[in-house]
Each structure stands twice: as structure tokens, then as C-alpha cells.
Design a protein around this ligand. Structure first.
Ligand SMILES: NC(=O)c1ccc[n+]([C@@H]2O[C@H](COP(=O)([O-])OP(=O)(O)OC[C@H]3O[C@@H](n4cnc5c(N)ncnc54)[C@H](O)[C@@H]3O)[C@@H](O)[C@H]2O)c1
Length: 337
């Protein structure tokens, strides 16, 4: 049996992971523990096999709530729960430290207390900072930590705690680090869904600075398939970079999306750059490719086509996420959030 305890499973990547895990493993049962912040949306889970999925609203910083939901026979905790938007961390870092750092420690303690077999921690390439432009430099798993935003610093701190739990207590941990995910159900404050939603309504697309910042893009299901493989076969105490060898400048992403949508490049509006904006991220995924045989299934062309089709066919989801309408339902259902 695969009894999984997924945190942040109502968010973008966590919900994609739950869909995939239920599809791939018929013996998989999932407790989805999520606080339903502004980024958590239960609509992201519509259509899944509810008989094998149990939603539990709770905050990972609350040890009693975590222990109440975490069953002793849990095979793995997969920790997606986080404050994930860099711009918000620049405005205020408090929630990032609370959830990303303290929350991770609460989960590590609970994993030990319940004897959970494996702890899978979802991290980011941003913990290793920015790479030079135009150089053949990549992040690998031994690249030094150099977080540049409060978000990245909080994710780096969380990784240190996971490492310490493994080293000190022998907890069976694995860490994954990934770059920019794209795909269905991403909250429309992030670059790609914001761009799609605006372009579809003929509204301006904001691009930071000169638009030459480079990100390494991966289709969300490819990321989730890699996490499943690390969960199943990754070596304990190890970190695995996950990347699709798909570096793109923000301006090129914007232009190619406008082209596919048949919209004019004049919709692009350069705006004041993000403070401390990292120039380039690029991931070397050799370790996961050679050790676990993982490869992405989507090309950028096939992934972006699927993504655009999903947003075009799910205008209601986008509208509800943009307007916050889905949160009114929670407020009625669960009280104030
Ligand atoms: N989106 C990306 O491109 C990307 C890239 C690399 C790594 N990551 C990491 O992947 C993970 C998931 O990212 P995402 O884009 O799906 O994020 P998201 O913001 O879409 O979802 C986060 C989820 O966590 C929940 N959550 C937040 N605080 C919580 C708390 N205190 N207790 C319980 N639940 C809480 C939210 O309700 C939401 O459902 C994060 O850890 C993020 O750092 C994301």
C-alpha cells in the first residue's frame, strides 16, 4: 500500500501530484493536508477518485493538527505546502518563514513521532541563487547555497532542516529541486498564467526589467513524475535536481505565447524590475536521469500547447481564481480564511 500524506495538495503542483499518484498507483491512498491559503483551491482536485483521497484542512505549523491527521501507517510525507510567490516574500517575509521553515520542522518532528517511512521535501532551484548569463554554467546538487530572495532563503532554511533531520535522527529524507513549472491550474499571479489570462482578454502583459531573465521551464506533470520516482527509488539523504533542459528568456516565453494565441507583441509592457531579480537559473538534471532513468515526456512545444488549451477551455476556473470567488465558498464551508 502507498499511504501518502501530501501537504499543499490543493495548490498548483500538489494537486497535479495527487492526480498523477492516484492514476499511476491503484493501491495509493492520500491524505491531503492543506491550509487553503489564497493559493489553495479545492477545484484543482475536481474529478479525482475521492474514495482514495481524503482532504484535511490544517496548517503545517500546527503540530497538534498535523499529528491528528497523520496516521501511523503513513508510508511517505510529500511536502509541497509553502508560500511560493517571490514577489509576496519581498513585500513581507513573515508568512514565508512561518510556513516554509517552521512548518517543515513541524512535519519532520511529526514524521519521526509517527514512524513515517520516508520524507520527500519539494524544494526549488532558487536556493542556489543566480547564474551568469551567456555562460555554460548549471546548478547541480552540490552547487553552494546562495538564496537571493526571502522566498529562496526560506526554502534554503527548510532544506537545512531536512538535512539535519536525516543526519541527526536518521530520518529517511529525499529533497527535490526544480525550476519554473507550467501547466494547468497555476494560480494566475505567476508569470505564465498571468500572461495567458491577460493575453486572452487583450490586456497588457507585464514583463519585468529588460525581459532577459532566464528560467528553466518544466511541464508540471513531468515534475510530478520525477517526484514519484524519487519517492519510490531515490537514495536516502540525497537531493535530486529536476529539470527539462529548457532554458528560456522571459521575453521569449511572452512572445511565443502571444504568437500561439494570435495576439500582437504590442501587448507586452516592460515594468520596473523585481528587487534583487535573479538573472538566470539553469538545472543540470544528470543525476536523476542517470540514477533513476527519469526523462521529461513533454517538449516545450507540446507542454505549452496543452497548457494554453487548458486555460482556454477553463475560463471559469481562471475567472474564479482571479476574482477570489472560490474563497467565498471556503469561507462559507470552513469559516474565515
Ligand atoms: N511553482 C513552481 O514553479 C515551483 C518550482 C519549484 C519548486 N516549487 C515548490 O513546490 C511547492 C508547491 O508549489 P506550488 O507552485 O504548487 O505552490 P502554490 O502556492 O500553488 O500552493 C501552495 C499550497 O500550499 C498550501 N499552504 C500554504 N501554507 C500552508 C500551511 N501553513 N499549511 C498547510 N498548507 C499550506 C496552500 O493552501 C496551497 O494549496 C512549493 O514548496 C514550492 O516552493 C514550486
Amino acid at each position: 500500500m502507498r499511504n501518502l500524506f501530501v501537504t499543499g495538495g490543493a495548490g498548483f503542483i500538489g494537486s497535479a501530484f495527487i492526480r498523477l499518484a492516484l492514476e499511476e498507483f491503484s493501491d495509493c491512498r492520500i491524505v491531503n493536508f492543506d491550509a487553503l491559503t489564497y493559493a489553495g483551491n479545492l477545484d484543482n482536485l475536481s474529478g479525482i477518485d475521492e474514495s482514495r483521497h481524503r482532504f484535511w484542512r490544517g496548517d503545517i505549523t500546527d503540530p497538534d493538527a498535523v499529528l491528528a491527521a497523520l496516521e501511523a501507517e503513513t508510508d511517505a510525507i510529500i511536502n509541497f505546502a509553502a508560500e511560493s510567490h517571490v514577489d509576496r516574500s519581498i513585500a513581507s517575509a513573515h508568512e514565508f518563514l512561518r510556513t516554509n521553515v517552521l512548518g517543515t520542522q513541524v512535519l519532520l518532528d511529526a514524521a519521526r513521532e509517527r514512524g513515517v517511512h520516508r520524507f520527500v521535501h519539494i524544494s526549488t532551484d532558487e536556493v542556489t541563487g543566480s547564474l551568469p548569463e551567456d555562460e555554460e554554467a548549471f546548478f547541480d546538487e552540490s552547487s553552494p547555497f546562495a538564496p537571493n530572495s526571502p522566498y529562496a532563503a526560506s526554502k534554503a532554511a527548510a532544506e537545512h532542516l531536512v538535512r539535519a533531520a536525516h543526519h541527526t535522527f536518521g530520518l529517511n529524507t529525499v529533497i527535490t529541486r526544480c525550476g519554473n513549472n507550467y501547466g494547468p491550474r497555476q494560480f494566475p499571479e505567476k508569470f505564465l498564467p498571468l500572461m495567458l489570462a491577460n493575453a486572452m482578454r487583450d490586456e497588457a502583459i507585464p514583463v519585468y526589467g529588460d525581459g532577459r531573465n532566464v528560467r528553466d521551464w518544466i511541464y508540471v506533470d513531468d515534475h510530478c513524475r520525477a517526484i514519484l520516482q524519487v519517492m519510490e527509488r531515490g537514495r536516502t539523504g540525497e537531493t535530486y535536481n529536476i529539470g527539462a533542459r529548457n532554458e528560456r528568456r522571459n521575453i521569449d516565453v511572452a512572445q511565443s505565447v502571444l504568437k500561439i494565441l494570435g495576439k500582437p507583441p504590442s501587448l507586452i509592457k516592460f515594468v520596473k524590475d523585481r528587487l534583487g531579480h535573479d538573472r538566470r537559473y539553469a538545472i543540470d538534471p544528470t543525476k536523476i536521469e542517470t540514477e533513476l532513468g527519469w526523462r521529461p515526456r513533454e517538449t516545450w512545444e507540446s507542454g505549452i500547447e496543452k497548457t494554453i488549451r487548458w486555460y482556454a477551455e477553463n475560463a471559469e476556473w481562471v475567472e474564479s481564481a482571479r476574482s477570489g470567488a472560490y474563497r467565498e465558498y471556503y469561507a462559507r464551508q470552513y469559516g474565515t480564511i
